[in-house]
Write a protein that binds this ligand. Sequence first.
Ligand code: CP
Length: 302
Amino acid sequence: TRHLLGIKDINEEDIRLIFETADNFKEVINRPIKKVPSLRDITIANIFFENSTRTKLSFELAEKRLSADIVNFSSSNSSVKKGETLIDTVNNILSMKVDMVVMRHSSPGAPHFLSKNIKANIVNAGDGTHEHPTQALLDSFSIREKLGDVAGKKVAIIGDILHSRVALSNIFCLQKLGAEVMVCGPITLIPKHIASLGVKVEYDVRKALAWCDVANVLRIQLERQQIKYFPSLREYSLYYGINKKMLDNLDKEIVIMHPGPINRGVELNSDVADSKQSIILNQVENGVAVRMAVLYLLAGGK
Ligand code: CP
């Protein structure tokens, strides 16, 4: 059984096949009739143990465009609240003849655990601070669409790197596609051993912006902080918040990305988030085609 658990486990050829397949699906979903029969008779369960807007809706739309049958599960209004375990929850859902599981969970490794214990294709829709593979795929797909290629581009990932699954999956994906990667943020929010992954580390956001072609800006993930990290949101926005003036001072026009949700006025000002340099909503649009490609290929599409 095939899975997409993380970008670490796939290679450049896999990523390029996903992108070429997503190119075709992007064309399909811009037609008046958006639906294709590719996953007819396939049943997919979207199992979310953590909140989501973009990933959940985007997977759901991708599945509907592919004609799959779908069921949605949110732990917040389920029997998990009565003490049911992850494996019992999933086995009960699978008893209803589900072929694929898209899962978001707060524990790193939860989808890997499932993949070893159940017979269904597993797609990781974010596991704690570990990986968010489809986000990284749609991010690189959006860079490729905007700049022609990912290879040779300089991408700065700016923000709370320590708690970010988006950062780790992006590092793997960008490097596999030949980009140069920098991480930037306060020293307390950058993991000590990150340089061993072959990324540059920068603590000054102005230097990071001057270096890069693309800035992928992340929010501070307060919900994952076990202890109260320095800086506070107010201090973060003072030292790391990106505004239009900072971009206008650069000698080139860089591309601004953000996986969402944005905390406006903290990591990004609205004059940047809504500017013509921002491709934030293009990322969301591309998420549907990229997720269609992932589901189609995992189901055995050629
Ligand atoms: N980018 C992202 O994962 O957003 P959601 O948490 O809203 O799904």
